[in-house]
Design a protein around this ligand. Structure first.
Ligand SMILES: Cc1cc2nc3c(=O)[nH]c(=O)nc-3n(C[C@H](O)[C@H](O)[C@H](O)COP(=O)(O)OP(=O)(O)OC[C@H]3O[C@@H](n4cnc5c(N)ncnc54)[C@H](O)[C@@H]3O)c2cc1C
Length: 398
């Protein structure tokens, strides 16, 4: 068993170990490296459950944060910073994450859904106060005029909400770009060895990060292990009750550009395929594709745009979201073990800019500012589960 010397500054050994090489982990690692910090990322490897490799790729704002305006603002700020993030990643790594941010539509297939949507949008707007929130509720006629020249709408579509903040990226290129950019700034990684334990050293002198390969000492750790955070966070005195929420995604054959905007559940990638998704299912750790739910996703897509019914499905997958009981992120500094941090969320694409520019910079400074108070893990001591702030833009398939 090898243990590094406890003199990070003198020897150039990492100041931070980030546990988890998904979107959240690499966003934090890149953000720390941008602050001049030495970082090592530990990742479990290819057999792990990884939302970062199976998500829908949206920078999605429009229905986030009803009841928690600070979360809406966090999401909006991140979406607004995405242009800078994409530019920085392109400069550092040469990889274009493929950001397109034309605003997004959420289609309603019956009047009740349209009315509920309008209420949700009005609520977010009234709670936003001076921060403001622009949205439009478009009835079918207005929607047809807005989308004229685009694909015909299905007969069930009664209208849609639109906000100018939404967009989408290529999530795999995003992950690669974060990785390459962090590495270019000196970050290192250990892949293929799950972290078994993070042991606080007695006396507050950093942490032993124990893997199947051996252990290493670091002054600070950031737990960003997705669903693995539930177990690891307890080792540093933090409750992080994340659970899996399965989402299924279908991909069509490539076609000519036909959709110039993302909808809540359909988007066309820059390579031409249409992504149809993504359900929200309580299926435990089962990440298999099921015919019932993928059929419901396909049916809704065809109800929205009938031309999709003529396309071939070429691929499908399921992946597990990292969900807290109230749907809000967890950004926490350990009170009992200073130097340990926890970062978890279910919108790691949307919040990538906030994680790189805001959360990682705060961790580098050693303090989470009050703007993240709603993300404190302290709420789990008393908070009851709430559905008010869940990622509510995709209806649950039957
Ligand atoms: C179907 C689906 C659609 C989604 N769509 C969107 C979307 O459109 N927009 C959006 O913003 N978000 C979306 N998300 C959510 C987004 O993908 C996640 O928020 C993000 O990937 C979470 O990243 P993460 O790094 O926390 O977790 P993960 O991606 O799960 O990564 C966790 C990493 O930690 C590692 N790990 C775990 N345990 C250990 C351990 N003990 N030791 C070492 N390493 C460990 C794993 O190897 C893994 O690489 C979607 C998710 C799903 C599943």
């Amino acid at each position: 068993m090898t243990v590094a010397p406890r003199t990070a500054a003198a020897t150039g050994t990492p100041e931070f170990a980030v546990i988890g090489g998904g979107l959240v982990g690499w966003s934090i690692a890149y953000g720390l490296a941008r602050q001049g910090r030495r970082v090592v990322v530990h990742d479990e490897g290819d057999l792990a459950l990884r939302a970062a490799r199976g998500n829908f790729g949206q920078v999605w704002v429009q229905d986030k944060g009803a009841g928690v305006p600070a979360y809406h603002q966090l999401t909006r700020d991140s979406a607004a910073q995405w242009v800078d993030l994409a530019r920085g990643l392109r400069d550092a790594s040469g990889i274009d994450a493929g950001l397109q941010q034309p605003g997004g539509f959420s289609f309603c297939l019956d009047t009740a859904a349209f009315d509920a949507r309008a209420r949700l949008m009005r609520r977010i707007q009234s709670e936003a106060g001076d921060f403001g929130f622009e949205f439009e509720m478009l009835d079918r006629g207005s929607l047809e005029r807005r989308l004229s020249g685009g694909p015909a709408l299905g007969p069930k579509v009664v209208g849609a909400s639109y906000t100018p903040y939404d967009g989408h990226v290529n999530p795999l290129r995003l992950l690669r770009a974060l990785y390459e950019s962090a590495i270019a700034l000196g970050a290192t990684h250990r892949f293929g060895a799950p972290v078994e334990a993070v042991d606080p050293v007695v006396g507050g002198d950093g942490f032993e990060v124990r893997t199947t390969w051996g252990s290493a000492w670091v002054p600070q750790v950031v737990l960003a292990a997705g669903l693995g955070n539930e177990r690891l966070a307890r080792m540093v005195g933090i409750r992080c009750p994340v659970r899996p929420v399965r989402g299924q995604v279908l991909v069509t054959e490539k076609v000519q550009p036909v959709l110039s905007f993302p909808t809540a559940d359909i988007r066309q990638t820059d390579e031409g395929g249409l992504l149809l998704g993504s359900s929200q299912e309580d299926a435990g750790f089962d990440d298999r594709v099921t015919i019932g739910n993928s059929g419901a996703i396909a049916r809704r897509a065809v109800d929205t745009f009938p031309f999709i019914g003529g396309l071939r499905i070429v691929r499908s997958w399921a992946a597990l979201r990292v969900m807290t009981p109230d749907g809000l992120p967890v950004y926490e500094a350990s009170q009992t073990h200073p130097g340990a941090w926890v970062v978890s969320c279910h919108s790691g694409v949307t919040l990538a800019a906030a994680h790189v520019h805001g959360v990682a910079a705060a961790i580098a400074r050693g303090r989470l500012p009050s703007q993240y108070a709603h993300c404190s893990a302290a709420r789990f001591a008393t908070a009851a589960p709430s559905a008010a702030v869940r990622e509510a833009h995709v209806p649950q398939p039957a």
